[in-house]
Write a protein that binds this ligand. Structure first.
Ligand code: NDP
Length: 477
């Protein structure tokens, strides 16, 4: 059984309650976990408060050492961690390994990151120094789609900044996070600097939002939950970072490297069974190459192997839960009922290996009415509507026609065309002739959304800065 991780110890929940974590591919029991409540959240906040003063004094030297050692230990345990992640989340083992390695890289990156202030001469008698201080106690609230990766930037940025953090993992994916916390403690992190309290969002999460000792909320999740977080946090003027939903378009021009664009769509839409904020969710293809693009994509999608993420050779695991699959099916069926044509997929796979999991076939749709849910809403599952466009202007207009603005993909060999479109696209990250989630460079650049996709940024130095307060000290002579 997994317990809460508070003040460097594995502890039972105050109520003694536990719950089960089940594998989305097989419905088998993975393990049980202690179920935190308001008292547990308070206990973790108090532990963070006790740790804070001492920790903020020894940062940044000790933080660098701990983060670097932790990266090493995470790598040493990557097989165990990845297997656990696949069992609780459903993604394939290579995807889990990628996520664990990304976490190790995040720890390493922030281990070396510098906290930079500045010094200014204001007049011949007055100078100023601008310094960075820890924000204090951070509440980190994380979703289930990439639990370790998304916890990683919050934890590493907090640790390096001299904060203490309480992570509230998604209720269905707490196990790998708890194991990671233990490893960071083994790497030398002092008690109370990093705590993990699994439990319902409406209970443990709410306590983090409402407790006045918590000075910052770093939230990743749905846009509707994000609005609630901001509203509650505002009552106490807590700092907030909100990483929310996305509906990233891909635009493929007629001069693009077609094969690379097809591969990017395949990977960008179907990795993690389509359950990613940065996944590609709408495709806008220039008319001249659309037939060829669709033909190649259909061939590649049909060749994908769906199954239990632990089985070698499987390209796509199940959807994370029964309720997620139901919501996703409603979106796809809405698109079909409004005239959408299924090019491939459009249903659950059949066979004994699929009966107990939440599988769905990778799905390509055409002729979908733009008012359909599968176009307007964030689609967190393996389906993509494909549209034909006459030129870049139309593609950019349609790409921007969304409440979301997290990212956009652009494929063209024409530099002028790329620069013009990239500037017009309303999104936080524009990827030109490259894929997101393919290399690990993502750690070094800020990531976050325009419009309903969020507020603030994670990753890079800018992301870490959001875990700090800026102080200006002015000296007269
Ligand atoms: P949710 O918003 O449902 O949940 C996210 C987290 O918030 C969970 O830990 C949940 O707990 C918790 N929570 C729920 N209600 C409250 C509350 N009232 N107070 C405090 N915490 C609460 O999102 P999902 O888990 O469904 O995650 C998928 C979403 O995350 C997608 O929209 C996706 O786009 C987005 N996302 C955004 C990213 C980005 O960087 N922009 C990256 C990855 C995902 P519990 O599990 O107990 O309900």
């Amino acid at each position: 059984m997994y317990k809460l991780f508070i003040n460097g110890e594995n502890v039972d929940s105050a109520s003694g309650a536990t719950y089960e974590i089940r594998n989305p591919a097989t419905s088998e029991l993975v393990d049980t976990v202690a179920k935190g409540n308001v008292d547990d959240a308070k206990k973790a906040i108090d532990a963070a408060e006790d740790a804070l003063e001492k920790w903020s004094e020894v940062v940044p030297t000790q933080a660098s050492t701990v983060l670097s050692k932790a990266a090493h230990l995470i790598r040493a345990n990557e097989q165990e961690l990845a297997t656990l992640l696949t069992k609780e989340q459903g993604k394939t083992l290579p995807e889990s390994l990628g996520e664990i390695r990304f976490f190790a890289k995040t720890l390493e990156y922030y281990s070396g990151a510098k906290i930079v202030g500045s010094y200014l001469t204001l007049t011949d008698k007055v100078s100023a120094e601008v310094t960075k201080e820890p924000v204090g106690i951070v509440g980190g609230i994380v979703p289930w789609n990439n639990p370790v990766m998304l916890m990683g930037s919050k934890v590493a940025s907090s640790i390096k900044s001299g904060d203490a953090i309480i992570i509230k993992p998604a209720s269905t994916t707490p196990l790998s996070t708890l194991r990671c916390a233990q490893i960071l403690f083994e790497a030398g992190l002092p008690r109370g600097v990093f705590n993990v309290v699994p439990g319902p969002g409406g209970v443990v999460g709410e306590e983090l939002l409402r407790n006045p000792k918590v000075r910052k909320i770093s939230f990743t999740g749905e846009s509707e939950t994000g609005k609630h977080i901001m509203e509650v946090a505002a009552r106490d003027l807590k700092r907030v970072t909100l990483e929310l939903g996305g509906s990233n378009p891909i635009i493929v021009a007629d001069d693009a490297d077609l094969e690379a664009a097809v591969d990017n769509t395949l990977f960008g839409r179907f990795r993690n069974c389509g359950q990613g904020c940065m996944c590609i969710k709408r495709a806008y293809i220039f008319e001249k190459i659309a037939d060829q693009f669709v033909k190649r994509l259909v061939e590649k999608v049909k060749a994908m192997k769906i199954g239990n993420g632990l089985v070698q050779g499987v390209n796509m695991g199940p959807i994370h839960s029964a309720s997620q699959r139901e919501g996703f099916e409603e979106q796809v069926n809405d698109g079909i009922s409004k005239g959408g044509k299924v090019l491939t997929g459009g249903k659950r796979p059949t066979g004994p290996e699929y009966d107990k999991g939440f599988f769905y076939l990778p799905t390509l749709l055409e002729n979908v009415d733009p008012s359909s849910k599968v176009v307007r809403e964030e689609v967190f599952g393996p389906a993509i509507p494909i549209f034909r466009v006459k030129d870049m202007e139309e593609a950019v207009t349609l790409g921007n026609d969304s409440i979301y603005g997290l990212g956009a993909h652009l494929w063209t060999r024409d530099v002028q065309k790329a620069m013009g479109a990239a500037r017009k696209l309303k999104a936080g990250t524009i990827l030109v002739n490259t894929a997101y989630g393919s290399g690990g460079w993502e750690i070094e650049v800020p990531m976050g959304g325009f419009k309903h996709s969020g507020i603030g940024r994670e990753y890079g130095i800018e992301g870490m800065g959001q875990y700090q307060e800026t102080k200006t000290i002015v000296y007269g002579r």
